[in-house]
Design a protein around this ligand. Structure first.
Ligand SMILES: [Zn+2]
Length: 266
C-alpha cells in the first residue's frame, strides 16, 4: 500500500491488480525444446464490456488479447497460442534457419501493455509468413492487430490491418475448407462483408451481407447481424449521395508495404 501512495498510484494499483490475475503456464517450445513460462489469465478475471460488429471483444481491467501470442524468448518462435504447439518438423526447421539466427532476447515484463501486444502479434505474423502458414491464420492475426490499433484510436493503422485481414480472409474463403478460424460459412461471409464496410467498400459489402440474409441455412443471430449492417450501409450510401454533404470521408487504401519484415529483429 505504501508504494501506491509514493509513486504513480493509479497505474501501480492497476498493474498490481493485473498481476494478481495472471499465472504462468509451463510450455516446451516445439522449435528449440527450451521450456519457458507463458503468461496466462485466470479465467475468472475476464470481464466483457462490449462486442464490436467484427467480433472484437472489449474487456475491462485486464485484456486477454495482450496475452494471446506465445513467444519463445530463446529462439524467437512466436504464434497465437492455439497454434503454438501445432507445428510440424518442416516448419520448425524453417524457423530454426530463418528466425532463430536473427533473434535477440527481449526479456518481457510480467504485465503486458498494448504496445507489447502489437509487437508480439507482429512477431507471430512474421513467423506465419516465414513458414507460409494458411491465409486464415494470417487473416486472424491481421484482424487482431487491427483491433489493437482500434483500442489505441490509431485509425490509419487499423484500416491498413483490416485491409490485410480482408485480403487473407477472402483467400481463405475461396481456398480453405470450413470452418475458417472456428467460423462457419455464414459467419465468415458476414465478417468479410463487415471488413469491406469498415474499409470503405460499402457497395461490395452489401453483396456479402445479402448472401447471409437470404440464406436458409444461416443462424438467426448472424442473419440479424447481417441485416443490421446492411441497413447501416444503405443509410450511409443514401447520406453520401446527398448534394449538401460536405467533404467525403477519406478512405484509406490498402498499403501492401506494411514494413513488417524490417522492424522485428533489432
Ligand atoms: Zn524456442
Amino acid at each position: 500500500m505504501s508504494r501506491e501512495i509514493s509513486l504513480n498510484p493509479e497505474s501501480l494499483k492497476s498493474k498490481d491488480k493485473q498481476k494478481s490475475m495472471l499465472y504462468d503456464r509451463k510450455i516446451t517450445c516445439p522449435v528449440c525444446e527450451n521450456s519457458f513460462n507463458a503468461r496466462a489469465i485466470k479465467k475468472s478475471s475476464y470481464r466483457i464490456t462490449k462486442r464490436d460488429s467484427d467480433f472484437f471483444i472489449r474487456y475491462s481491467i485486464i485484456n486477454p488479447y495482450f496475452y494471446d501470442v506465445w513467444v519463445c524468448d530463446n529462439c524467437g518462435y512466436a504464434a497465437i497460442k492455439n497454434d503454438f504447439l501445432h507445428l510440424n518438423e518442416h516448419d520448425a526447421d524453417t524457423i530454426r534457419n530463418k528466425i532463430s539466427p536473427k533473434w535477440h532476447r527481449k526479456n518481457y515484463p510480467e504485465v503486458y501493455d498494448i504496445e507489447l501486444a502489437i509487437q508480439r502479434y507482429k512477431l507471430s505474423l512474421l513467423n506465419y509468413y516465414v513458414i507460409d502458414a494458411k491465409a486464415s491464420k494470417k487473416a486472424i492475426n491481421f484482424l487482431k492487430i487491427a483491433w489493437m490499433y482500434r483500442l489505441k484510436n490509431d485509425n490509419e493503422n487499423e484500416i491498413r490491418s483490416l485491409n490485410q485481414a480482408l485480403d487473407n480472409f477472402s483467400t481463405a474463403y475461396y481456398n480453405e475448407s470450413l470452418p475458417i478460424c472456428g467460423m462457419d460459412r455464414y459467419t465468415t461471409t458476414y465478417l468479410i462483408g463487415e471488413l469491406m464496410r469498415r474499409t470503405g467498400k460499402e457497395e461490395e459489402s452489401l453483396r456479402w451481407f445479402s448472401q447471409v440474409v437470404t440464406s436458409t441455412a444461416a443462424s438467426s443471430r448472424i442473419k440479424n447481424m447481417a441485416r443490421d449492417q446492411k441497413d447501416l450501409v444503405k443509410d450511409f450510401l443514401k447520406n453520401k449521395s446527398l448534394p449538401s454533404e460536405g467533404q467525403p470521408k477519406k478512405i484509406l487504401k490498402e498499403n501492401k508495404a506494411h514494413g513488417l519484415f524490417v522492424k522485428f529483429h533489432k
